[in-house]
Design a protein around this ligand. Structure first.
Ligand SMILES: *Cc1c(COP(=O)(O)O)cnc(C)c1O
Length: 385
């Protein structure tokens, strides 16, 4: 990969709102810098408000938040969790880590979300949960997923790494499942380098989640004066970030609307200005159903085939613009094959789109000139040679 400073337009640049350094200095000088300090409280309150969730706990990553859901579900070896194949490995890894079997279900050809029409056929006696990913922040068909979950007594978890700020028929993404996980990795809309959160919409899990996140101790209750000493009372690990990172994150969440406005501008420019080129060359632009609002997390194009996708990536790079592909199918990956199983209908759509998908650069700090450069570079490419 060529270094970022030699590119005209990199794929991503972590956006700074201007308040990060001041807040971090404040966390350093007034402290404490350990987890659950004043900035952690501020950031969790902001996040809870944006999502409209009941509670939220900051974590060290979305991966760790997913790991916590697996512990909270008390999964046993042989239990099954339905997951999309078209997602990041952490969505499945969390459950494999507990000895459970991720069961891979295909995605829809339009939104690239878990295909709700194929979920029920993948449910067995051992199924405990359904994990959805709102790909590109476009909401999954949650009514259907929730109905299946209710019928078979399954827990619904939203891996909402892409979806912060998105809505589905008026409901905020992240507020629909029993729990939702967020990522604040530098490539996500709101970031602190590495970070995440576990969001609760069901009071059943919160108290135990606090314990699991604090090394299996009731330290959080101790600090609230609810118990006179804290002890090791459950399994757990250290999933809480330092207040230094929470200070950075607070600045980002306070500027959430500004970040989203900037990202929407890039997304809409691509979508409108590339429409004619896409139509002319059989390139498919993202599908966003009318009853959903997306948070401009990513912009992708579906090329006619693998060969044209690869040559388009090369074409862009030769013009100093870094594009990427996305999500190699988990059911075909070495660990996916070792620990998981494919649902009864296979994942042909996932295999197809994984070969054809190309992501364009999208970050809040993109200038008009950056957007023009990307569009001009795309428009000079001919998928059929
Ligand atoms: C980014 C991402 C993750 C992992 O997030 P981390 O915070 O890096 O652990 C998990 N799931 C999805 C869908 C993601 O996009």
């Amino acid at each position: 990969m060529i270094p970022t400073n030699q590119l005209t337009v990199p794929f991503n640049k972590g956006y700074l709102t201007g308040d990060e350094a001041g807040y971090m200095r404040q966390a350093m000088t007034s402290g404490p810098m350990t987890g659950d300090g004043p900035f952690t409280k501020r950031a969790s309150a902001l996040l809870t408000e944006i999502i409209g969730a009941r509670q939220a706990l900051l974590t060290t990553s979305c991966t760790h938040a997913l790991d916590m859901t697996a512990l909270l579900l008390d999964l046993e070896p042989g239990d099954e969790v339905i997951v999309p194949s078209f997602t990041f490995c952490s969505t499945a890894n969390a459950y494999a880590l507990r000895g459970a079997v991720p069961v891979f279900v295909d995605c829809r050809p339009d939104t690239l979300n878990l295909d709700e029409r194929q979920v029920e056929a993948a449910v067995t006696e051992r199924t405990k949960a359904i994990v959805v990913v709102h790909y590109a922040g476009v909401g999954v068909e949650m009514e259907v997923i929730n109905a299946i979950a209710q019928k078979h007594d399954l827990v619904v978890i939203e891996d909402n790494a892409h979806g912060l700020g998105g809505t589905n028929r008026g409901r905020n993404l992240g507020s629909i499942g029993a729990m939702a996980t967020q990522s604040f990795h530098e490539t996500k809309n709101v970031q602190c380098g590495e970070g995440g959160a576990l969001v609760f919409n069901d009071d059943r899990y919160f108290e135990r989640a606090e314990i699991i996140r604090e090394k299996g101790t009731n330290r959080a209750q101790f600090f609230r004066g609810m118990v006179d000493k804290y002890r090791w009372i459950d399994v757990g690990s250290s999933y809480l970030p330092s207040d230094l990172l929470a200070a950075f994150l607070t600045a980002q969440l306070e500027h959430f609307d500004e970040i989203q406005r900037r990202r929407q501008r890039v997304w809409t420019s691509y979508h409108e200005r590339l429409a004619a080129w896409a139509a002319e060359h059989d390139v498919v632009q993202p599908t966003v159903p009318e009853d959903r609002e997306h948070p401009a997390h990513l912009y992708y194009l579906l090329l006619p085939d693998l060969e044209s996708r690869q040559s388009m990536l090369k074409h862009m790079l030769s013009h100093g613009v870094l594009g990427t592909f996305h999500y190699q199918p988990l059911h075909l990956s070495p660990a996916g094959q070792q620990y998981g199983r494919v649902g009864p209908q296979g994942c042909p759509v996932t295999e197809d789109v994984a070969d054809r998908l190309l992501r364009l650069p999208l970050y809040a700090g993109m200038t008009d000139a950056d957007i023009d450069t990307v569009i001009a570079t795309v428009e000079t490419f001919r998928p059929r040679g």
